[in-house]
Design a protein around this ligand. Structure first.
Ligand code: GDP
Ligand code: GDP
Length: 443
């Protein structure tokens, strides 16, 4: 869990600021075991849903008797909080000007300078507004003037937090590059799903496992290859041979949707001879709607008398019918002969990697700037749109927030343009990119 720690001498407004920041989207205030009453902690979150622990080191009174046993214990805790913090909010009182105790605290914080944001509080009073700049003398780069009590400029502070808080390490681990890739294989009856599964599993060790807590129907299958594991979702559904009644078709569509939801990469199978049907389009659409990686497999290629540009023509036809899957690569395979099936693993790895990828804010900002230089965003209701910065909210699929002066969503075609710019510049393969606009007030 990321931590934001508030420090400062008494009476500068720490607890007022704490309540403001925690109060906005506070989930709960909890008593951490082993913590004195002087250190208050709350679970709070940013507009993008990232949560962080907010800690008020109310008892950290540097200037006052730091050698007493009591102060020592509190001090110990406060220092620990500082060590483990992602951001240190150093509150000073703008009406009082820089005090010796502020400087003492600044000295303590120096080793963590890159984490420090100086917050000059009480700028609702004129004198504080004018003298806020003098706190740069404390030696920290970032300074924000606010009024905790009157809620002035807190948006700017939250923006700063959003910029600085790393994405939750726990969240990142969930999809690290070595964890098994979850695959779904979708397509109409007889398109060749079971044949492909048999091919993929091949002579490799195959373990069929029932996922605890689900019905016996949801049987997944592990494939191990080159030390990497793949989980094929709903193998039972793939193997079940459908009677082609209406009811059975509907059930097949529903179970495909469930399998897609649980997977990261969907293998969308199309019959080379029959082409794309309406049902294919429906089921393939789930992959995009659910934000999954996708790979289009044109199966039974052995039955096609391929001339020089047959593949190209077929691909064009498929793409025109599956427009929403522009991001998905196309492979021409034969599950029966094994043509190009072995190559699929590399492609699947690449897609999973793209789907799980995380990018630095600085890189995203560069791409955004270059894209805007190519094509400036259309104005909204006569108002020019500006972007302040881009940051990745999550992966699976990469989801990027664009902070803008205009809160309205992007125009469809401009959004498509930006998505493509990001996908290209980031080298993403087979994954959608999601863009969301955040207004300043949404911070
Ligand atoms: P702490 O000891 O650092 O936790 O400070 P408190 O939050 O208890 O605030 C100390 C005093 O400053 C209280 O009387 C608050 O009402 C006042 N205060 C806090 N924020 C502001 C502000 O933005 N403007 C003004 N004028 N007073 C404030
Ligand atoms: P599923 O219902 O999607 O699981 O499809 P199956 O894997 O059971 O395949 C249906 C039929 O198509 C079977 O008779 C397979 O042998 C045949 N089939 C599957 N893949 C290919 C292929 O690449 N080429 C040819 N010629 N036939 C295939």
């Amino acid at each position: 869990m990321n931590r934001v720690v508030i420090v400062g001498r008494p009476n500068v407004g720490k607890s007022t600021l704490f309540n403001r920041l925690a109060g906005r989207r506070r989930a709960l205030i909890h008593d951490m075991p082993g913590m004195t009453r002087d250190r208050i902690s709350a679970l709070s979150s940013l507009a993008d849903g990232r949560s962080f622990e907010l800690i008020d080191t109310g008892g950290l009174e540097y200037g006052q008797n730091p050698l007493s046993a009591f102060a020592g214990e509190i001090r110990e805790q406060a220092l620990r909080a500082i060590e483990t913090a992602s951001v240190i909010v150093f509150v000073v009182d703008g009406t009082a000007g820089s005090m010796p105790e502020d400087e003492e605290i600044a000295t303590e914080l120096r080793p963590h300078a890159e984490k420090v944001v100086v917050v000059v509080n009480k700028i609702d009073t004129g004198s504080a507004r004018d003298s806020a700049g003098e706190f740069y003398a404390l030696g920290f780069e970032r300074l924000i003037a606010v009024s905790a009590e009157h809620g002035i400029n807190l948006d700017e502070l939250e923006q700063e937090l959003a910029k600085r808080l790393p994405h939750d390490p726990d969240e990142a681990e969930a999809g690290d590059e070595t964890s098994p890739v979850r695959l779904s294989i979708i397509g109409r009856p007889n398109v060749g799903k079971s044949s492909l599964l048999n091919r993929l599993a091949g002579s490799e060790r195959v373990v069929v496992s029932s996922i605890a807590g689900t019905t016996r129907d949801a049987v997944d299958e592990w494939i191990e290859r080159g030390g990497r594991r793949y989980l094929v979702i709903d193998t039972a559904g793939i193997r079940r041979k459908g009677k082609t009644t209406d009811g059975a078709e509907k059930l097949a569509v529903i179970s495909a949707l469930k399998a897609v939801r649980r997977s990261e990469v969907a293998l969308v199978m199309i019959d080379a001879v029959e082409g794309v049907t309406a049902q294919d389009a429906t089921v393939a659409g789930y992959a995009e709607e659910e934000g999954k990686g996708a790979l289009i497999l044109v199966n039974k290629w052995d039955l096609v008398e391929a001339e020089q540009d047959t593949a190209k023509r077929v691909e064009e036809t498929i793409r025109s019918k599956l427009k929403f899957l522009q991001y998905a690569p196309v492979e021409f395979i034969s599950a029966k002969t094994g043509r190009r099936v072995d190559k699929l693993f590399d492609q699947i790895d690449r897609i999973a990697e793209s789907h799980r990828a995380r990018f630095r804010t600085s890189e995203l900002n560069q791409i955004l700037a270059a894209a805007v230089a190519k094509h400036s965003p259309p104005s909204v209701d006569g108002k020019g749109r500006k972007f302040y910065y881009a940051t990745q909210l999550r992966s699976g699929p990469p989801t990027i927030a664009l902070f803008s002066n205009v809160e309205q969503p992007l125009h469809f075609s401009y959004k498509r343009f930006l998505e493509n710019q990001f996908r290209e510049a980031l080298g993403l393969v087979g994954t959608p990119v999601r863009l969301v606009v955040r207004g300043r007030r949404g911070m």
